[in-house]
Design a protein around this ligand. Structure first.
Ligand code: ADP
Length: 640
């Protein structure tokens, strides 16, 4: 009878019934190995001896059942047997059970490949473990144990880490070479001594003794298996930090403690240095005037320094840990800036760029920020994230905008008169009549004078703005100064048929101030009143004083100023709508200069007006100089 068993892709044949019965009933384990070198059949005894099930054994390579040390020898024998049909060989070998345990087998193999009923190599095994016995195996086990102990001792003795063992009374039983280096005591000196007395600083000895006692009484040992750091005592008396882990060994009723100890002085120092370095960097980051935002490698906001919190008006808790793109939206950047910033972050974090920079606006806060995104790397160059440095450039951008506006203004203001002068001079050169030539030259001189005034105003303005203008303080008679200004402007006043009235000048005492600068203020105010008043108007200059200040006003009956223009009147280059409409010549510098001068002199100037109903400009100057308010005034005198 043939039984077909399917196993994987192979068809294997169980032996013929007679042989199987024989095999099954034999006291030997029988294993049949087919031509494919795999087990085809196993007897129940084989299952019993090996611990594998029949299913597991069938299909297996028979040599996996043999101890690795004996496999080569058995393979050689088996190969020889295969080539000799009908032959039989016998051998003893070590074999392995499924649980890994060892047994000794007496094997006898017969080549029955030629036998049409079998077509296999039949091997019978007998368990001779007992006979091989206690002697052989026992000896091997004992030898193995001894060898392993020897090996352990050697490892411990030569370990680079200190190894100490103590018994239950706390007396040292092992002390390797590294322990000698760590603690200063030799093995001979240490063994037999109490551990506490040798390496534990006095203030911890009692706790150590208590711990040992507790263990003796209750078996409770809190420190076993944990990694601990503690101060230890060196032979020379200095303390140093050690890290150790303790294990417990029981030998029957006795036990011992074993510890590996590492001197971590260097590490502690390094950690302290790291902590110090970190604190230093944190204080630098916090004290810098730049905003700094750190984005981790996974694209999340990791930290925001104080300045950045201030600039972006964010709480670290609100953006910390959130994705960068989300944080940008929360902060209030516009869509375009968000896109640029995110793209920069991606390029840097993706390793495509080392740095990136640009400007971004916070419209809600009227801020322009210049940002630089730079890859942050650790000491071995690995990318750890990216640093965003933010600088408030709102003012810089405003200044450069104003500069370009200024340049275009000045160019415009100078080009027209220059072209005029050129034209007048050409006419004068070509004139055949001497009188004509003189008229052209006089006109050219006038235009030229206007240009000189403009340039002087600009120069004064810039000196006042930068604080470079020197103030020469002398007692000044305001009434006399006003009259002299009016006399100078007389031709224009007369031309327009204005009446000019000065009152109150007798009651005003001399003021300690700079006559040249004050004259400039008065000239600007009176000439504006003349200029912005239609012919036949009245210009009134009124003076008075109180306990602290001298006041005066310049009032006219002219075009006045629209209410909405008044707040901007004292800005550079600013001209009211109605003044532009009547096309009166002007630069918008006179009032800006007047305000800067009055401030510099410690006084004030302001305006009240109604459109179409004239304008009044008010001024005030202190009766006494307050040097504290204007240190540069004193400084200017000292400098001379
Ligand atoms: P400018 O007179 O050269 O234009 P100012 O700085 O002196 O420049 O004056 C600024 C603007 O203030 C003038 O352009 C004008 O609109 C307005 N302004 C000044 N003074 C008067 C005034 N007395 N009446 C009406 N508008 C005036």
């Amino acid at each position: 009878m043939t039984r077909r068993v399917r196993r994987g892709d192979r068809d294997i044949q169980a032996p013929d019934g007679a042989i199987r019965t024989l095999a099954d009933e034999s006291s030997y384990a029988v294993v049949l190995t087919g031509t494919d070198n795999h087990i085809r059949y196993v007897s129940p005894q084989a299952v019993q001896i090996t611990g594998y099930s029949a299913d597991e054994l069938v299909g297996m390579d028979p040599f996996t059942l043999i101890h690795p040390d004996d496999q080569d020898r058995m393979r050689r024998l088996f190969a020889a047997l295969r080539s000799r049909p009908g032959a039989t060989v016998a051998a003893e070998c070590r074999a392995l059970r499924k649980d890994g345990s060892l047994w000794w087998a007496a094997a006898r193999g017969t080549n029955l490949l030629d036998d049409p009923g079998v077509r296999a190599i039949a091997v019978t095994y007998r368990d001779i473990t007992e006979k091989k016995g206690s002697d052989d195996l026992g000896r091997t086990a004992e030898e193995a144990l001894r060898a392993s102990e020897e090996r352990s001792r050697l490892i411990l003795a030569t370990a680079r880490q200190a190894y100490i063992a103590i018994d239950s009374a706390g007396v040292i039983t092992e002390w390797n070479t590294a322990a000698q280096f760590t603690f200063g005591w030799t093995r001979v000196e240490a063994i037999g001594r109490e551990l506490a007395a040798l390496v534990i600083p006095p203030r911890y000895r009692e706790a150590h003794t208590r711990g040992l006692k507790r263990f003796q009484e209750s078996g409770e040992a809190r420190i076993i298996g944990k990694r601990l750091e503690f101060p230890a005592l060196h032979r020379d008396g200095h303390e140093f930090p050690v890290e150790f882990s303790i294990s417990l060994l029981r030998h029957g009723s006795r036990y011992s403690f074993h510890a590996f100890v590492a001197d971590v002085t260097a590490r502690s120092r390094l950690e302290a240095a790291l902590r110090e370095g970190e604190a230093r960097i944190r204080s630098i980051v916090e004290s810098t005037s730049d905003g700094i935002m750190f984005v981790s490698a996974d694209g999340r906001v990791a930290s925001v320094n104080g300045r950045a919190q201030q600039m972006l008006a964010v709480e670290p808790a609100a953006v910390g840990g959130t994705g960068f793109a989300q944080a940008l939206e929360q902060i209030g950047f516009g869509p375009q800036d968000r896109e640029a910033l995110s793209a920069a972050a991606q390029a840097v974090l993706g390793g495509r760029r080392e740095d990136y920079q640009g400007d971004a606006e916070l419209p809600g806060r009227r801020l322009v920020l210049h940002w630089v995104a730079r890859a942050a790397r650790d000491t071995i160059g690995e990318l750890t994230g990216l640093t965003f440095t933010l600088r408030d450039v709102t003012q810089d951008r405003e200044v450069s905008r104003m500069k370009s506006e200024f340049v275009s203004f000045v160019t415009h203001q100078l080009r027209t008169p220059l072209a005029g002068i050129k034209w007048l001079l050409e006419l004068a050169a070509d004139a055949t009549d001497g009188q004509d030539a003189r008229t052209y030259i006089t006109d050219a001189r006038e235009v030229n004078e206007r240009m000189v005034r403009l340039v002087n105003d600009l120069l004064d303005l810039s000196r006042l703005e930068t604080g470079a203008l020197q103030v020469d303080v002398q007692p000044v008679d305001l009434g006399a100064l006003t009259k002299s200004v009016i006399a100078e402007l007389e031709p224009g006043i007369r031309q327009k048929g204005h009446t000019v009235v000065v009152t109150g000048d007798a009651g005003v005492p001399p003021i300690p101030t700079d006559a040249r600068l004050l004259r400039q203020v008065l000239t600007n105010l009176v000439s504006n009143a003349v200029k912005y008043t239609p012919p036949g108007g009245t210009v009134r200059v009124t003076m008075s004083r109180d306990a602290e200040r001298v006041h005066w006003s310049v009032e006219d009956t002219g075009i006045g100023i629209p209410a909405r223009n008044i707040p901007l009147l004292f800005q550079k280059f600013y001209r009211a709508e109605n003044a532009l409409a009547i096309n009166a010549e002007g630069t918008g510098l006179g009032l800006a200069l007047a305000r800067l001068i009055m401030q510099r002199l410690g006084g004030d100037v302001w305006c009240e007006s109604e459109e179409g109903r004239g304008a009044t400009f008010f001024c005030a100057l202190p009766l006494e100089r307050r040097p504290a308010d204007h240190p540069s005034v004193d400084q200017a005198r000292l400098d001379r």
